[in-house]
Design a protein around this ligand. Structure first.
Ligand SMILES: NC(=O)C1=CN([C@@H]2O[C@H](COP(=O)(O)OP(=O)(O)OC[C@H]3O[C@@H](n4cnc5c(N)ncnc54)[C@H](O)[C@@H]3O)[C@@H](O)[C@H]2O)C=CC1
Ligand SMILES: O=C(O)[C@@H]1CCC=N1
Length: 260
């Protein structure tokens, strides 16, 4: 499989790392920033191309991994070389119909991954334009399945997937950070606390998954009547922590709907 990547930033690196670990496809890459392209090429064994159109010509699947403000420049440059090739956009908030306005009725796939694909633990939404055949859909789904869990969905759900799963790792990191700050406030060193708190999060997740526990069951098992945990939970409720988290995710959702 020949995969071209346009834009060699954070997400492209996560994708390339995962592809290298799992399926070992031949990679071609281009970035407007030559230093970034060179580094990417060295780290992931990708062949560096001189421009966007060369990248398209060398590949059968082309992943566009630039920021939303840059995608239309890229599409303008590649539109005449696409033909029957598959364009995969991971760009947040840019719909298939917006992409078609520039390149026409081509085979287009929208994927909303998250950075956890670099450790094969991504959760990603995928939707297709009607030009993509069933065989091609299967090929793309299998490619991304090697990076984590795939939700094949309708495009109308992509903004929600962006807010929950695309942005999710940053939100989770923010919660982890609040635990670490609390540990530091209580006199523990930051690095050691971070490692232990990562085990706390991981342990809770593995416990819930292995024993099929709900969040309520975990809370019931931990919260002794008149004990310490209920003091913390009551304070979280008083400060509407859950409401603030939901509102934060809804803000990300609104932004995904109106990114440009
Ligand atoms: N970072 C994340 O966690 C996620 C990001 N996304 C989406 O992925 C896309 C990329 O995000 P990041 O990797 O975080 O951004 P980034 O800023 O790390 O990478 C973007 C790269 O595109 C390059 N670039 C800009 N214009 C270009 C052009 N005309 N031709 C070639 N390269 C060009 C930049 O030099 C840069 O290296 C964004 O559209 C974002 O919405 C989607 C899911 C998660
Ligand atoms: O913050 C962003 O816009 C991108 C999309 C999802 C994660 N990062």
């Amino acid at each position: 499989m020949k995969i071209g990547i346009i834009g060699c930033g954070n997400m492209a690196s996560s994708i390339a790392h995962s592809i290298k670990q799992s399926i070992g496809a031949q990679l071609f890459c281009y970035d407007i920033d030559t230093d970034k392209a060179n580094r990417f090429s060295q780290v992931y064994g990708a062949i560096r191309m001189n421009n966007e159109i060369e990248t398209v010509e060398s590949s059968s699947i082309i992943i566009i991994a630039v920021k939303p403000k840059d995608i239309f420049d890229v599409l303008e440059k590649i539109k005449d070389g696409i033909s029957e090739k598959i364009i995969v956009s991971i760009v947040a908030g840019i719909s298939i119909s917006k992409i078609k306005e520039v390149i026409g009725d081509k085979k287009i796939v929208r994927v909303m991954p998250n950075i956890n694909i670099s450790v094969q633990k991504g959760v990603m939404g995928i939707c297709f334009s009607e030009e993509v055949t069933n065989d091609e859909k299967e090929k793309i789904i299998n490619l991304f399945k090697s990076m984590g869990e795939v939700i094949v969905t309708y495009e109308k759900y992509m903004d929600a997937i962006t807010a929950i799963f695309g942005s999710g790792p940053a939100f989770v990191a923010h919660f982890i950070e609040s635990f670490v700050d609390a540990a530091v406030k209580l006199g523990f060193p930051r690095q050691e606390s971070l490692n232990l708190i990562l085990t706390l999060f991981e342990g809770t997740v593995v416990n819930m998954k292995n024993n099929m526990l709900t969040t309520q069951q975990i809370k019931d098992m931990v919260t002794s009547p008149g004990g310490t945990t209920i003091e913390g939970l009551v304070e979280f409720e008083r400060r509407a922590v859950k409401g603030a988290i939901i509102d934060g995710i809804l803000k990300a959702f609104e932004r995904s709907k109106n990114i440009l």
